[in-house]
Design a protein around this ligand. Structure first.
Ligand SMILES: C[S@@+](CC[C@H](N)C(=O)[O-])C[C@H]1O[C@@H](n2cnc3c(N)ncnc32)[C@H](O)[C@@H]1O
Length: 292
């Protein structure tokens, strides 16, 4: 069962009212979306965006709103300004962005997000762009080190990149188990059996690279004034310190230029009970602003 992260806190920040237009840029399992739709009611308008066809297909028949005010778009959230323009939609009263992957994506071995089950090396949220397999088998050693150390903050990035280069000399690396095994054996033996699996940070790093997650977030943050109207609110949940830093910096710029006010002095993090019930929420950080 998919549990939306920081649900009550997101609703408190967005404060969706009867008749509002709200955009969910990362629809996923629709957990936040369902709650938002309850608040905006039948007179409200909703746009759900996700790169993943499956997220859109699952939610498109959700019937709590009339068809004329319920919109779904399989797209990158970085393209929301274009989606609004194309469909002659107004700026929104609220925007939620809940970064990263959905539980149904990581639980499906065919998507290649997890090293706990064997699957093809894919990890794309959508169906375009480079896969993990292409990155792992074609990028230079320096580039792999850079990705693994920067996005994964992995101390053994050099050893891991070297091991990947050695393995791919023999044959193309194509499966999640294969890659996880290469990473595990690249770790010094005394670190191989720690609390977290040696492949954790590298898989996270490659996922970020495959989906150009930081580039997309940067595009979205710089176009917020084109998406949200005055009085409108934005909530962003991030799971990585690099993302949270970008959100913090961008919100600060918007407030110091007088365009918005901060709703969260410090990022909101899940309570202990939430983390116990949903370990994935552990590293979540929620920030919010309101446009003036
Ligand atoms: C953490 S989940 C969202 C969960 C959702 N809030 C819920 O309550 O069910 C993140 C979703 O964002 C999507 N996603 C990631 N990057 C995206 C991007 N650049 N554009 C659109 N969707 C993206 C993923 O496909 C995934 O479904």
């Amino acid at each position: 069962m998919h549990k939306p992260v920081l649900l009550h806190e997101v609703i408190a920040i967005l404060d969706p009212r009867e008749g509002d237009f709200v955009i969910d840029g990362t629809l996923g399992g629709g957990g936040h979306a369902r709650e938002i739709i309850k608040h905006i009611g039948k007179r409200g308008m909703f746009l759900g965006v996700d790169k993943d066809h499956e997220a859109i297909a699952r939610f498109k028949d959700y019937s709590a709103l009339p068809k004329s005010s319920f919109f779904m778009e399989q797209s990158n959230y970085a393209y929301i300004p274009g989606i609004l323009k194309k469909n002659n939609m107004p700026k929104a009263d609220g925007l939620i962005i809940d970064l990263g992957f959905s539980s149904y994506q990581i639980d499906d071995p065919k998507r290649g997000f997890s090293f706990h089950s064997d699957g093809p090396l894919d990890m794309r949220y959508g169906n375009s762009g480079m896969t993990t397999e292409e990155i792992i088998n074609t990028f230079s050693e320096e580039k792999l080190i850079d990705i693994i150390s920067r996005y994964g903050e992995e101390r053994f990035s050099r050893r891991i990149a070297r091991a990947i280069m050695e393995s791919r000399k023999d044959r193309r690396i194509t499966r999640t188990f294969e890659l996880a095994d290469i990473i595990k054996h690249a770790y010094p033996s005394r670190f191989r059996h720690g609390r977290i699996h040696p492949a954790t940070k590298t898989f996270q790093a490659i996922r970020i690279a495959v989906n150009q997650e930081l580039e997309n977030l940067e595009k979205l943050l710089s176009s917020l004034p084109d998406i949200v109207n005055s009085g409108g609110r934005v909530a962003v949940i991030s799971f990585h310190s690099l993302e949270d830093r970008m959100v913090k910096r961008s919100f600060k710029e918007l407030t110091s230029s007088g365009k918005a006010e901060i709703l969260t002095k410090k990022p909101i993090v899940p309570r202990r009970e939430e983390v116990e019930g949903n370990p994935k929420s552990r590293s979540a950080k929620l920030r919010g602003i309101r446009f003036i």
